[in-house]
Design a protein around this ligand. Structure first.
Ligand code: SF4
Length: 261
């Protein structure tokens, strides 16, 4: 999922990175459960800060760090950094694709209890794996799961987020999001100085998003814009007024929205 707070364009991430100061979550230790030599994701968002990488499912023969080794790395960093606010699953992949996701979240919970830590377990995700029972159980164990909703109209979902075929359409995405307890949404709005149709900052999309929020009733919505180099050249941030105006429309639905730019 989304790497929007942490990933530097063109670089791949180690399995554990940081801690880094996140604009949304405070001091965060990042955990990349993907490959550490290139990006693979079930979506291929035009603004992705990891570049385009590969848009596909993982293959069963691809080796990823085993959960015991990953937890060992995390433990080492946790004991070195006593002031962490969060441990965040976000890197150059979708966290739900990690084969041992349930064991990982369970291990983090045990570590948190054993060390009497105050940090939260946060997952940033596009939600593509939520049809799998084990992923859903794992995500619902985390303290916060922030799921991606950038577009509220079907043609823009396919054009801008570019999910793999299995993910399906916007309706299927929304139905998956509904499975999470205490739904939190992250929405990134961007402009395009080269080709306007490759932007989601347009009224049909804003209206579609408002209708989606109204249906999903998330407990929190973060609105952001691009902060680092996007995969597609020409993508640029929108100004804060655009985000504030969308936030106001969301608040009129009696929902909570914060601009985080
Ligand atoms: S969901 Fe989009 S932004 Fe997040 S890693 Fe995948 S392609 Fe990048």
């Amino acid at each position: 999922m989304n790497t929007d707070d942490f990933v530097v364009q063109g670089e791949v991430l180690p399995s554990v990175y940081g801690p880094l100061r996140s604009r949304r979550h405070g001091l965060s230790l990042g955990v990349n459960v993907g490959l550490t030599d290139h990006k693979v994701c079930t979506w291929s968002c035009l603004y992705c800060q990891c570049g385009f990488g590969e848009k596909r499912d993982y293959r069963s023969d691809e080796t990823r760090l085993a959960v015991v080794d990953l937890l060992d790395l995390i433990k080492t960093e946790v004991f070195k950094n006593s002031d962490l606010d969060v441990i965040t699953l976000a890197g150059n992949t979708e966290p739900g694709t990690y084969p041992e996701i349930f064991q990982l979240i369970q291990g983090l919970q045990r570590l948190k209890i054993a060390s009497r830590a105050k940090w939260k377990i946060v997952i940033l995700s596009n939600g593509s794996e939520l049809d799998r029972e084990e992923v859903l159980r794992a995500f619902n164990l985390a303290d916060e799961v922030w799921l991606k909703l950038d577009v509220g109209v079907e043609d823009q979902f396919q054009l801008l987020n570019r999910p793999i075929h299995r993910v399906g359409n916007l309706r299927q995405h929304l139905d998956r999001l509904k499975k999470i307890k205490n739904l939190r949404l992250q929405t990134l709005i961007w402009s395009n100085e080269k080709e306007g149709r490759l932007s989601n900052a347009n009224e049909p999309n804003f209206q579609g998003l408002v209708e989606c929020y109204s249906e999903l009733k998330p407990i929190a919505i973060h609105l952001t814009t691009v902060a680092r180099d996007p995969a597609l050249p020409g993508i640029v941030p929108v100004n804060s007024e655009i985000l504030q105006s969308l936030a106001e429309r969301i608040r009129n639905l009696n929902l909570t929205a914060e601009v985080k730019n």
